[in-house]
Write a protein that binds this ligand. Sequence first.
Ligand code: AMP
Length: 216
Amino acid sequence: MNLVVFGPPGAGKGTQARMLAEARGLVQLSTGDMLRAAVAAETDIGKQVKEAMETGQLCPDEIVIRLISDRVDEPDGANGFILDGFPRTVAQAEALDALLKDKNKDLDAVVEIKVDDDLLVGRITGRFTCANCGEGYHETFRPPKRPGVCDKCGSTEFTRREDDNEETVRRRLTAYHSETEPLVDYYSGTGRMKTVDGAQDIASVKEQIEEALSGL
Ligand code: AMP
């Protein structure tokens, strides 16, 4: 099964994609994670995208399309993949259709996680991640059970994304509305669009997604 999970920054795409990938044996492909890794490793791609990422703008379509095109061929995606944060423009969606056709693969569903802007800023500015296993947390909505200790792996090291500050979040939301939201129209006509209410807590969003995908 191949899926796209899409929605505004802070909607919970990464959290839901991670749980869905574990439950269904799929690989989660996050262009944001790939690009952050490229920036940290100071690769050529990393150098080209660093400024856009730090300022909350989208990176060039050609770069992210190439990343995904190379990645979907790897053996860990044999059961299927969940694209998290890609496509983010109509040009990327068209490129995805073309590359899947070329590889004889199909897109089974596009899960839209819908959340109003006023909720998102608070969600994003409070979030942090285990530096060891990548488990996601939030100061208010999902603190670790034991303060300062990761529930999943016991690590005491956590990180915050550099672009999770209010000013950059607002720019990321603007980019979402102007460049990514048109994908709702792009996918609506295909019958593969499943919209869930992302304002609910993590467990209820997970349930909604499971229900939306139950027939697949
Ligand atoms: P994310 O982790 O999905 O919130 O992405 C973080 C940042 O990476 C975004 O603000 C963009 O600068 C960049 N990025 C991630 N995915 C894409 C994409 N599909 N197209 C363009 N830029 C992207």
